[in-house]
Design a protein around this ligand. Sequence first.
Ligand SMILES: [Zn+2]
Length: 288
Amino acid sequence: MAMIRQMVIIVLALLMIGCAQVQTTKSGVVGIERKQSMSVLISSEAMEKAAHSSYSASLQEANKSGKLDVDKKQTGKLKVILDKMIPQVSVFKDEAVNWNWDVHVVKSDIVNATCAPGGKITFYSGILDRLKLEDAEIAAVMGHEISHALREHSRERMSEELVKRIGVSVVGAAAKVDTNKLDAVANLVISLPHSREHESEADVMGIELAARAGYDPRAAISVWKKMSALGGKQPLQFMSTHPAHETRIAELEKYMPKVLPLYEETVKQRPKPKGKRRAQPSRVAGLQ
Ligand SMILES: [Zn+2]
């Protein structure tokens, strides 16, 4: 009887949180189909608003300490790459084309990059300088981070956290057990597998975005190789949140046949350099 009462309390608590099964993006050629569980208490708009103010605050902070966009050429390069990526995001989310996109570089040894909800991108100079990233590799990292924002992974994680916290306190109170122990178990069961799912979605969506923007998607693999070569000397934040690079490389390779044709198509459509056009004697002869 007590067991049934506990179950009823848990179900009621979960209903209160109001999670809905949604699909936040379209599938693209890489085929993103997973339904996501989002709490109605946490809206996309609220996430974007919060992200916007914390982004502005962190840029101000970096500016005050002389760490914002120190290398103007580097920031300019990132803006050029972002401008090519933005039109591609509609393949996953139409409205994201109209987001107020922004990218800045913060001077720091940290090997990491982020994209907050609503398209606010930060690159730490560590990832650019220490990995000596080429343009296509920057596009791979940017595509990965943009994809987390398109899939609203942070809203999903917050929804999970809400369910977990309420669940843990309700179960803990009902069963009279240590909630810290329950929390650790809930973390393992709920948080970790999902974060791996998030990473793999961001990986495959990222290479599709980069390929469509005209960057060789194979550069994503070289980013991971560079990361693993660098690993061990200093703590790499990117790697602590982005685990097991061998499996990721294998997964990325699996998706290459799907995204390489997109890249090859953009290469074909590129205007040929002027020098090459002159080397067509037959056309010149025809004009005479
Ligand atoms: Zn990630």
